[in-house]
Design a binder for this molecule. Structure first.
Ligand SMILES: Nc1nc2c(ncn2[C@@H]2O[C@H](COP(=O)(O)OP(=O)(O)O)[C@@H](O)[C@H]2O)c(=O)[nH]1
Ligand SMILES: [Mg+2]
Ligand SMILES: [Zn+2]
Length: 294
């Protein structure tokens, strides 16, 4: 019996990589299907191999976390890519991604891409944005896939970690990975090339090597809805609110209409960015007006 990590899943085969860098093409055992357990990319597994480089997965080790879309397990962090231009930068969309990732208890890192496309005047705007998010506690990098210099100091984000790279399509996710590892040739500009959405969303998940770590380039999160977040959890998806909420007068404060709310006070005195707080309120409204699930 051997052990390894699933680095790719394709048409019922799981590609398991062992510590000595061998890749085995494995099938799941029928028993998983019966128990409704599907091996995921990122899973640590035991497998039996009777043939050279082929085998059967016999056990899936307990997962640290898992995402459904894209299907992947045991992620150390999510790198959220937002482009400075084309598509234009959206605070709201960045905050939406941050909330989705925070709600899964996965550490977000922010890359603002395509910095080569903006003017010197606009550079200042992005320095401010970087500063604002760093104040909250996030790591932020201003980069360009076309400027190798801007990518030089990124190693520590990747080495020995499993990351998922997330963000709107067209922001440059695949281009960044290609730029970081010259032996990768991930297709870029996929939306415009593929005819229908179907092709785009069913693409397989694969972990690729980047700067001594593994990264899943996702076709995008197929849903950006807050389907799985309850209104009581939303505040905890904003680290700056999480830090002060214990000082709210009421336990279970939603930081909305309640009096003596520490979050609202922090917004008033500038400790919490009012743009972020407004996004919180709009996400809260969205969750409240969500259709009940049965
Ligand atoms: N100017 C510029 N264009 C970029 C950069 N990164 C990506 N692009 C372009 O943006 C388009 C989408 O890139 P892609 O990597 O496919 O984005 P993805 O959908 O997030 O994977 C492609 O035409 C790329 O050539 C960048 O840093 N600067
Ligand atoms: Mg891509
Ligand atoms: Zn409050």
């Amino acid at each position: 019996m051997a052990e390894g990590r699933i680095i790719k899943a394709l048409s019922g085969f799981y590609y398991v990589k062992t510590a000595d860098d061998q890749v085995y093409e494995c099938r799941g055992r029928g028993v998983f299907r019966k128990r409704n357990i599907t091996p995921l990319v990122g899973d640590f597994v035991s497998f039996d191999s009777d043939h050279h480089q082929e085998g059967y997965i016999t056990e899936i080790k307990p997962r640290q976390n898992e995402l459904v879309r894209p299907p992947i397990a045991n992620i150390d962090q999510a790198i959220i890519v937002s482009s400075a231009s084309m598509p234009h930068f959206s605070h709201l969309l960045l905050d939406r991604f941050l909330v989705l990732i925070e709600s899964k208890h996965i550490k977000p890192i922010i890359f603002i891409s395509k910095m080569d496309l903006i003017t010197d005047d606009e550079q200042a705007i992005f320095s401010t944005i970087k500063n604002d998010y760093e104040q909250i506690g996030y790591s932020v990098e201003l980069i360009s896939a076309k400027d190798p210099k801007s990518l030089q100091h990124l190693d520590h984000y990747f080495t020995d970690k499993i990351s998922v790279i997330a963000g709107q399509s067209g922001v440059g996710k695949s281009s960044i990975l290609n730029a970081l590892n010259a032996s990768l040739f991930i297709e870029t500009d996929e939306i415009s090339k593929s005819l229908g959405r179907g092709k785009h969303t069913t693409r397989h998940v694969e972990l690729v090597e980047v700067l001594g770590g593994l990264v899943a380039d996702t076709p995008g999160f197929s849903s950006l809805e807050f389907d799985e977040i309850e209104q009581e959890e939303l505040g905890d998806c904003f680290p700056e609110m999480r830090r002060v909420k214990d000082m709210c007068r009421f336990r279970g404060c939603m930081h909305d209409q309640e009096p003596r709310c520490a979050v609202k006070k922090a917004v008033e005195n500038g400790q919490i960015n009012d743009k972020r707080y407004n996004h919180y309120l709009s996400f809260l409204q969205e969750i409240k007006s969500r259709k009940p699930r049965y």
